[in-house]
Design a protein around this ligand. Sequence first.
Ligand SMILES: [Mg+2]
Length: 368
Amino acid sequence: MTVIDGLDVEVYRIPTDKPEADGTFAWDATTMVVAHPRTVDCTGIGYTYTTSAAAELITDLLEPVVVGSDPMDVPATWSRMVAAIRNVGRPGVASAAIAAVDIGLWDLKAKVLGLPLATLLGAVRHDVPIYGSGGFTSYTEAELCDQLAHWVKHDGIGRVKMKIGTDRGAHEKHDLARVEAARSAIGREAELFVDANGAYDTKQAARLARAFRDVDVRWFEEPVSSDDLVGLRLVREHTDIEIAAGEYGADLVYFERMCGAGAVDVLQADVTRCAGITEWQRVAAVAAAHGLEISGHCAPTAHLAVACSVPNLRHLEYFHDHVRIEAMLFDGVSPARDGVLAPDLNRAGLGISLQPDAAKYRTDWSPR
Ligand SMILES: [Mg+2]
């Protein structure tokens, strides 16, 4: 029997093209942890955007249960990984680490079978709608408007998202002025989404939702903290703008609580944070049981195949940072065309490989 006989891990750190911030966080670089489970003949690739601590966790806790496993039995290996991190805790770094390996395991299985991952998982659709996402609070108004208008008018992406909630919601008028400027820049037809990353309190968010309605905002993401399920529900009941959250979720209990609380109109989940493709499909099922659609958060290349596989998909987030990084580091990334991404069915697995040039972003992290 062919078994997985190795699991290699690398850490990359990629500076942003400009300083970036949202309502509650600022950053100038992104860390990507890449996992390569391999058999004697094939090597898989999976990744997550997180801290290098995930690389440590992979070599310390996951490698021992992955090496020796059957590359066909991804859910069995996934279950052993979840069991292996029990005492570390499931959310956060551990689920990001599992995600990188799980995505790599699915990529590896597809390559062993000589199939595109979208074909292995089974497709509901052959392309997925995307929305352009960026519009950081650190951008000037001109930078914000240029970026959003480029997606709409140049790339043909008919929906775009901007960050709001500057300085934890301290500047409501400023936020509203930027949203109005964005609407002017993209025209009346494109859908405009806003993301506060939990920067507002409930009454503030409800007040702003009323104002956003006047500029036809369609999606209000994390108006309050995604931990405040009552607050999310109150904002949701106050407006007909769709409320979305879920990007930090790691397991089914988290998503079930969010859906069961009536907190969201669309559930978000991040395949690189919620323990990978194996769990993302089940998260989609939790959403479906509540009559909700699911939207993939960031990392468009990692989501593409699994997004094709679930019936209740809304769209994928075409996030500026990750679009840039994935194009810089990988060969084989599917380009955005007419507002959709389509997996390349002529390539096995995820269809990507690291470019030789990626080496310049590789950190000196190595297993002890
Ligand atoms: Mg968000």
